[in-house]
Design a protein. Sequence first.
Length: 159
Amino acid sequence: MNELERISLDEVDKKILRILQESGDISNLELSKKVGLAPSSCLLRVKNLREHKFIKKVVTVVDEKALGYNVMAFLQVELKALTKSSIDEFVKEITSFPQVLECYLTTGEGSFLVKIIAKDLEYYKEFVLNSLLALPFVRNVSTSVIVSVAKDTTIIPID
């Protein structure tokens, strides 16, 4: 879908998006009451927002520490050469690792910024040494371990 096909959001659509970002598991009946629509109209609005890609997906956010992942880190991964094939190969490999939560091709010193979780520092070390640095196209990995989180949200401002 191109930009010309994108719909305009009215205030009700914006309110729906705000509420769904806070409570993705809200029932349609409850959502319809909060935005002042009939349940069928509300359901149609949400369906329309999904079809027009305003809603990417609905997920449950799990607490990683409750599952024993006590280390979170950002890795700057530098490739030996920034070529289409090395980037494609790296993306293929990095997306196969379940401990990788996010991966971005960036500007600056590192080629990629990768967010990972690990059970402990030993698990982290094994991942970096045996998985990342074992890839033939990776030159260097530098790490910033997250000590504490000041803000963690998935909420996008809706104007």
